[in-house]
Design a protein around this ligand. Structure first.
Ligand SMILES: CC1=C(/C=C/C(C)=C/C=C/C(C)=C/C=O)C(C)(C)CCC1
Length: 310
């Protein structure tokens, strides 16, 4: 049974994303920010909540009874380290976050055979991730720079223009190259088209939150559910409920920080995301060695999964 409902057709998904992008862009900016927060939090949260359920068996196998406690300590320690690094070295922290995120999105969005076997991933994965992060800067370079300036206090803000330009160049190079890869390889096509329709035409916050919710997170929730052997979304959420609950708590904290200091909203949203996602990228990533199907992304489905239940 599919974990998430199937869509009528791939074309429907593209139209729905384009419609949602246009609607969110037309909203007043505080509403766009609230929508981005909800999309990232509500639809994005469940995919990260399974990090522990997926990793704990490996940690238990390696460290016995202490495995779960060690995993949680490492996970929270990584979140704290990400926060401390970001506040001490904001520019280096942001640059590192962008590189790690390119790795994470690019590899997790591709069919498993294209993810590479080594920890460094594959050229296809890096190309796709570079397209995901560089895409918004192609037409919205000033907006991307403004977001970076909001993330970088004081003198570090001067690095925002350089980072935005580098992302724009990276996007301009990666878009045609990933298009060529998607034309060559049918398995990459639908996630490529969905990513482009979100990330290239719409302003960065709208595009990124749509991509993050409806391309990256939904697909990862479905893939992870299958790896865990969950039969339905309810079953999946039930197996990771303490972490869903923890995530809701973090959302409540970030949400109240957004309301209390709306002028710092973008910084709060992205710094919160960076702190949460560093351990997710480090410890929650999809194991490269998991068994896979031959044709993991049949074109008519959003949720047919890319791996067999182990
Ligand atoms: C700040 C910023 C961007 C980057 C966001 C990133 C890098 C988010 C990463 C989230 C992760 C890794 C979540 C994992 O589950 C964009 C999109 C370039 C647009 C401009 C502003």
């Amino acid at each position: 049974m599919a974990l998430l409902p199937r869509l009528p057709s791939p074309g429907f998904a593209l139209l729905a994303l384009a419609g949602a992008g246009a609607a969110l862009t037309a909203l007043p900016s505080s509403w766009t920010l609230a929508a981005a927060f909800l999309l990232i939090g509500v639809i994005g949260l469940p995919h990260g909540a399974s990090d522990t359920a997926l990793a704990a068996p490996r940690w238990r196998a390696a460290f016995g009874k202490a495995g779960l406690a060690l995993f949680l300590a490492a996970y929270l320690g990584a979140a704290l380290a990400a926060y401390l690094f970001w506040v001490s070295f904001p520019l280096a922290g942001l640059a590192a976050f962008l590189v790690l995120s390119a790795y994470h999105f690019g590899h997790d969005d591709l069919p498993p055979p294209l993810r590479g076997k080594s920890a460094l991933g594959s050229p296809e994965g890096w190309l796709r991730g570079t397209m995901v992060l560089g895409g918004p800067a192609i037409f919205y370079r000033p907006e991307v720079q403004a977001i970076f300036e909001a993330l970088l206090p004081g003198a570090e803000g001067e690095g925002a223009a350089l980072l935005a330009s580098l992302l724009q160049i990276a996007g301009l190079l990666a878009l045609p190259l990933s298009l060529a890869a998607a034309v060559r390889d049918r398995g990459q096509r639908s996630s490529f088209l969905r990513s482009v329709i979100c990330l290239v035409p719409f302003p960065p916050l709208v595009g990124f939150s749509l991509y993050f919710a409806f391309v990256h997170s939904l697909h990862q929730t479905a893939e992870r559910g299958t790896r865990m052997g969950a039969g339905s979304l309810r079953d999946y959420l039930g197996r990771c409920w303490p972490f869903v609950a923890g995530g809701v708590l973090v959302m409540a904290v970030v949400g109240s920080a957004l309301v209390a200091a709306p002028e710092r909203a973008t910084a709060t949203l992205f710094i919160g995301l960076a702190v949460l996602t560093f351990p997710h990228i480090l410890f929650g990533g999809t194991p490269r060695s998991a068994p896979v199907r031959k044709d993991p992304y049949p074109p008519r489905t959003l949720t047919r999964l890319s791996c067999e239940t182990p």
